[in-house]
Design a binder for this molecule. Structure first.
Ligand SMILES: [Zn+2]
Length: 78
């Protein structure tokens, strides 16, 4: 389920939202689905204690870029 997020800072990945636009920790504009696939889902995967405080509304999504996606691209070079 996606909920709208207008302004906030994710304490896990340092991404922030301003007026609904996601910015990576380095200040570049981004897509929350990419953030989820590349960062938030990894944090969640390795932290099973339930202490993940990620605020990305798209956490758990794999419709953006993921590490698997990148690995598949690399494998195409064979
Ligand atoms: Zn996050």
């Amino acid at each position: 389920m996606e909920r709208s997020l207008n302004n906030g800072l994710c304490p896990e990945c340092d991404a922030h939202w301003i007026d609904g636009q996601l910015y990576w920790s380095n200040g570049k504009e981004g897509c929350p689905h990419d953030l989820a696939g590349l960062v938030c889902n990894q944090i969640f995967k390795y932290n099973h204690s339930g202490g993940v405080k990620c605020i990305n509304p798209c956490m758990g999504s794999d419709s953006g870029q993921t590490w698997k996606h990148r690995t598949d691209l690399n494998n195409d070079n064979n």
